[in-house]
Design a protein around this ligand. Sequence first.
Ligand SMILES: NC(=O)c1ccc[n+]([C@@H]2O[C@H](COP(=O)([O-])OP(=O)(O)OC[C@H]3O[C@@H](n4cnc5c(N)ncnc54)[C@H](OP(=O)(O)O)[C@@H]3O)[C@@H](O)[C@H]2O)c1
Length: 258
Amino acid sequence: MDLGINGKTALVTASSGGMGKNIAHALAAEGVNVVLFARSADTLRTVADEIEQKYRVRAVGVPGDMRVENDVQRLATVLEGEFGGPDIVVLNTSRPPNPIRATVDESDAARWDEAYRNQLWSAIHVLGRMIPLMQDRGWGRLIAVTSASVKSPMPHHSLSTVFRAGVTAYMKHLANELGSKGITANCVAPALIETPHRTGTAAYTADQATARKKLTPLGRMGTQEELAGVVTFLASMQAGFITGSTIAVEGGMVGSLF
Ligand SMILES: NC(=O)c1ccc[n+]([C@@H]2O[C@H](COP(=O)([O-])OP(=O)(O)OC[C@H]3O[C@@H](n4cnc5c(N)ncnc54)[C@H](OP(=O)(O)O)[C@@H]3O)[C@@H](O)[C@H]2O)c1
């Protein structure tokens, strides 16, 4: 199926590794030029080179931090100067503070502040700079990666749930305000997506990971491609009548009907 986005430009944030990088690959495979944004300049350059060689699209890495004003301003300058602005913005963010804890044990203001700035403020901050570049293009896609915990709170995930619920509300407001400009705003809410183990960052022990697979009717973890594919579909022409929605990618873990 032709997704109708060949030649468009996508910003993918938090994209030097993990889901962000895989989403950038999936969009580039559809002929989308990609702008990558994360803090590690060398890794970004490697990812951009890989994408350019593999898909024959433009891939530009802009090193920076989603929470830092000057960095996000620099990102906007690159997008406007080199592409006239983004058509598609995928808001991926860093993981919440590690290790995860029971809600009653989350009393450390520094952890709440870190979660707020990483999960909620960074998304609002980046979109605040991108929307003015998109408003007059007549077409746009805003897609935030949140968490299935927004729909069915998972134990020990309050730092994620609270602020991603905020992102979900923010995207709904944007959907209402930007629909008349041809811009849709949606969330993709993952859980149980297989993530390459990075030393010191795994939130779960091996036993916990085994137990988590049993939480879904499918009895397995999801792949990075299954997550990136849904994001890419939401970026497509065919998804033009979906806005203000959250698409869950969690193997049926959430037990509700909708
Ligand atoms: N796996 C799942 O099932 C699941 C479920 C629910 C939610 N999620 C969420 O999905 C998101 C992606 O997960 P992941 O496993 O792919 O994460 P990851 O492997 O830890 O990658 C995070 C990315 O964010 C970048 N980053 C971190 N802080 C940043 C900042 N301040 N500014 C710019 N870039 C920043 C990192 O690059 P640099 O270090 O180079 O900046 C890296 O590229 C996370 O928010 C995670 O909580 C995942």
